[in-house]
Design a protein around this ligand. Structure first.
Ligand SMILES: C[C@@H](SC(=N)N)c1ccc(Cl)cc1
Ligand SMILES: C[C@@H](SC(=N)N)c1ccc(Cl)cc1
Length: 393
């Protein structure tokens, strides 16, 4: 039952509209549609569709489509080691290859505002003054020390056929050397919670948050693959992409990330450790970063493995046989095949390889990055109580 206050507010709103220049005698009777307190129509197309249905009429295709948007986009490895995954996105009419990152909340792109020396070989967003959000700026730095900054525009962004008609597009004026050297990537599309968006004076929503109310379901499914192209599914779960059930767990979004807890882990076919791991599901981080004790327990099983401070982590002979690694999430086993844990040679042609599992001590939290995520189909459910779902691929 709506509260009196909300009803008053609603009547007042209607009253305001009705108080427009319609003189009393001409005003026709009108009804105030009661909506429950706290519930309001978030999806105009869905409301229009329900009206058609209410009067037994067919819902026009365009209304039906807008009412329950969904779509998929390919996620292709940026290099032979799956260092990151890039997805084609239509940004204001230009197709750009963006790194979809569930560990950040800014959609930023290489742009015409940068020195041309920085944009050679990249798709470039043409910043036009007619679309500028005047006085808005952004500046971001990532865990690996890379970063970028610039100005903000409002433009159409289309991902897998799902359209955000007026999305905050953060056009770079400057980017760090790591991004200058990363010739495949034209920017990032953040998919964390919008609470950590860096735009000032007013934080902007991620693409997902912008379109969420138009999606058939308020979620996206992530199917990254080992040395192959996968997909991001928006608004639906593609059950053809995994085996067995999806196990759902609670999300801690207090830091703006998709935080969750794994209750334990298993190295190879060994005994299950009941050491719980608080982690974030982060598509923008390449490797799996877990507590040092768990890292040591893993590499104890790998002949020739060592912590090489010169290389900045654990290495082993590229010929090593690597055990699987299993996380216990929601009481079920989620396993990375051992071969996924050979990330890459430490340098081109080297016979020493860099491990996909590394120590999280310098980070301050564990990160389940691509090395783990590519073994699962992961559901990022953005309902009012967010959830994470994991299903073995
Ligand atoms: C959350 C990720 S950065 C990202 N995915 N945008 C992260 C944070 C801190 C460190 Cl040290 C390394 C990685
Ligand atoms: C493009 C790289 S910059 C680099 N090569 N260090 C990058 C940095 C941070 C994130 Cl979150 C995602 C990708």
């Amino acid at each position: 039952m709506p509260s009196f206050a909300s009803l008053t507010a609603l009547v007042a709103a209607v009253g305001l509209v009705a108080a427009s220049p319609v003189s009393l005698e001409k005003r026709k009777a009108f009804t105030v549609e009661q909506v429950e307190k706290g519930k309001f129509i978030r999806n105009g197309a869905a409301s229009v569709a329900s009206t058609y249905l209410k009067y037994g009429k067919a819902v026009p295709a365009n209304i039906a489509a807008a009412a329950a948007a969904q779509g998929s986009v390919a996620a292709s490895p940026s290099d032979e080691y799956d260092s990151s995954y890039l997805c084609p996105v239509d940004v204001g009419g230009t197709t750009m290859e963006l790194d979809f990152d569930t560990g950040s909340a800014d959609l930023w792109v290489f742009s015409s505002l940068q020195p041309s020396s920085q944009t050679a070989g990249h798709a470039v967003y043409q910043a036009s003054s007619s679309k500028v959000k005047s006085g808005y700026t952004w500046k971001i730095s990532y865990g690996d020390g890379s970063g970028a900054a610039g100005k903000v525009y409002a433009d159409k962004v289309v991902v897998g056929g799902v359209t955000a008609t007026s999305q905050a597009v953060e056009a770079a004026t400057s980017i760090s050397t790591q991004f200058q050297q990363d010739t495949n990537n034209d920017g990032l599309l953040g998919l964390s919670f919008s609470s950590i968006n860096t735009v000032k004076p007013k934080a902007q929503t991620t693409f997902f948050d912008t379109v969420k109310s138009t999606l058939a379901k308020p979620l996206f499914g992530v199917d990254l693959k080992y040395h192959a192209a996968g997909t991001y599914d928006f608004g639906f779960i593609d059950t053809s992409k995994f085996s067995g059930a999806v196990t759902y767990v609670d999300v801690d979004s207090s830091q703006g990330f998709w935080g969750f807890t794994a209750s334990g882990y298993i190295v190879g076919n060994g005994t299950q450790s009941s050491t719980s791991i608080d982690a974030i599901a982060d598509t923008g981080t390449t490797l799996l970063y877990i507590p040092l004790a768990a890292v040591k327990a893993y590499y104890k099983e790998v002949s020739g493995a060592k912590l090489d401070s010169t290389q900045g982590g654990y290495t082993f002979p590229c010929s090593a046989t690597l055990p699987d690694w299993t996380a216990i999430i929601g009481g079920t086993k989620h396993t990375i095949p051992g071969k996924y844990i050979n990330y890459a040679p430490i340098s081109d042609g080297s016979s020493t390889c860099f491990g996909g599992i590394q120590d999280d001590s310098d980070i301050g939290q564990s990160i389940f990055g691509d090395i783990f995520l590519k073994s699962q189909y992961v559901v990022f459910n953005g309902a009012s109580t967010p959830k994470l779902g994991f299903a073995q691929q």
